[in-house]
Design a protein around this ligand. Structure first.
Ligand code: FAD
Length: 412
């Protein structure tokens, strides 16, 4: 039996551990937090959204970014302070404008494939994750953005997705709680939503049942490559820290925004940049609030906001992209637009008990996750899923597990 170390217990690490354990490997997951799913896989937008597969490498995104640079409440915000990582990443992002179409089609295909894996895992392991299967509705306030969405739709259709245009009247019929004068929308009945944290922790419990070991509170400091893989992590020992060594036949790096540094130790370049986003979870304490909040998941193209209903009692609203390095501060001026948006589009929802959160999307400049082998034997990656890690991970975990199997079986 081969021993595989997975670094990171977010959605990518836990789905990878599960796929490897089911393929018969001994698996150890090393995680710096005390529990799984405490970083970016904690309180995201909740959408399992093939319909949001459009990559951001489009000139209109760049133009909006420049226009919004000086507005503190804009959906996209960049700290202009000099940073080699940020500006070189943006340069690569711009270079990938030419792959916008092919990468969008590849992403939608991957998202459709991921659905079946995720749903069958949840059913097999009996994981309750507040899954809501009422589709995702994209809403547009003006003609130009609706027309752009029509062009995106042609790419999504090429990737195999059924997303149809809807009129303002149809929008009202699909989600009667929604207030606003929209130009039009696009509806994807096959998309769904769920709580990433509940799913990941439920799957971690299933992994333990399959024999996976979790080494928690353990920060990977060094990964050595020689005759096999050596992982050194630092673990608490009373009030002190001590080193803990693991040896393995292979390592899979699923460390979110830390993957870039770990890859560098292994001689690989994995150019993940932390793109910060925020969410609020509105607690729907009264029956009136529960009635006034939507069940259909929304994506408001103008505000760049997504929503999910997490059971009867919670409504998640998430969005914004901030380029500010490894900064996890929850800024009031970035949370307030999410609260105002909720009040304006759902005036009868009582937003008096709101939990704010910020997370860092591990984003590659071409917006495609890095999945597969590294330069050296026994080194693998499943990381860099950006704004779609919840949507894509169940498929990429299968891909990386197959790559591990192939190499350990003596293939290439
Ligand atoms: C506001 C917001 C909204 C979003 N909405 C959606 C959505 O609606 N749909 C969707 O599909 N995606 C969404 N995403 C993206 C999605 O949440 C992420 O892509 C996904 O959670 C990333 O998972 P991950 O496993 O790569 O990273 P993480 O969940 O961050 O996991 C990485 C883990 O590695 C651990 N780690 C790092 N370094 C070390 C080390 N040295 N030693 C040990 N452990 C280490 C970390 O502690 C962490 O637990 C959203 C993201 C944000 C921020």
């Amino acid at each position: 039996m081969s021993h595989i170390v997975v670094i990171g217990a977010g959605i990518t690490g836990v789905t990878t551990a599960y796929a490897l354990a089911r393929n018969g490997h001994a698996v150890t997951v090393v995680e710096r937090q005390r529990y799984p799913a405490m970083e970016t896989s904690f309180a995201n937008g909740g959408q399992l959204s093939a319909s949001n597969a459009e990559v951001w490498n489009h000139w209109s995104t760049l133009m909006k970014g420049i226009k919004w640079m000086l507005r503190r409440d804009a959906p996209l915000l960049m700290n202009p302070a000099p940073s080699w990582h940020k500006y070189s990443w943006l340069g690569e992002f711009a270079f990938n404008l030419r792959s916008y179409r092919s990468n969008t089609i590849e992403t939608v295909r991957l998202a459709i494939a991921a659905r079946e894996h995720l749903f069958s895992i949840a059913e097999r392991e009996n994981i309750d994750f507040d899954h809501v299967t009422r589709g995702i509705l994209h809403i547009y306030w003006d003609r130009p953005s609706f027309e752009h969405a029509g062009r995106v739709n042609a790419m999504l259709a090429e990737g195999g997705l059924d997303r149809r245009p809807v009129t303002p009247d149809e929008i009202r019929a699909i989600e009667p709680t929604l207030h606003g004068q929209f130009h039009g929308g696009f509806f994807t009945p096959s998309d769904s939503t769920g709580d990433i944290h509940k799913f990941t922790t439920g799957l971690a419990a299933a992994c333990r049942r399959l024999g996976v070991t979790f080494v928690l509170d353990a920060t990977v400091k060094h990964v050595a490559h020689g005759d096999g893989i050596g992982v050194t992590c630092s673990v608490p020992d009373g009030a002190m820290l001590r080193d803990h060594q693991l040896s393995a036949d292979a390592v899979v790096v699923c460390a979110g925004t830390a993957s870039r540094n770990i890859a560098a130790m292994l001689g690989d370049r994995v150019n993940v940049y932390p793109v910060k986003g925020y969410s609020i979870t509105v607690h729907l304490d009264s029956e009136e609030s529960q009635r006034a909040a939507p069940w259909v998941s929304l994506l408001d193209d103008r505000a760049k906001i997504v929503t999910s209903r997490l059971g009867a009692g919670r409504f998640r609203v998430a969005g914004t992209a901030e380029f500010n390095g490894l900064n996890r501060d929850i800024r009031h001026d970035r949370i307030q637009p999410l609260v105002s948006w909720t009040r304006s589009l759902f005036p009868d929802v009582d937003a008096n008990r709101v939990v704010s959160w910020a997370g860092l999307r591990p984003m590659m400049p071409n917006m495609l996750p890095r999945v597969g082998r590294g330069r050296r034997k026994g080194v693998f990656y499943n990381t860099g899923h950006g704004h779609l890690g919840w949507t894509l991970s169940a498929a990429t975990a299968q891909t990386v597990a197959m790559a591990v199997d192939a190499e350990l079986a003596g293939g290439t």
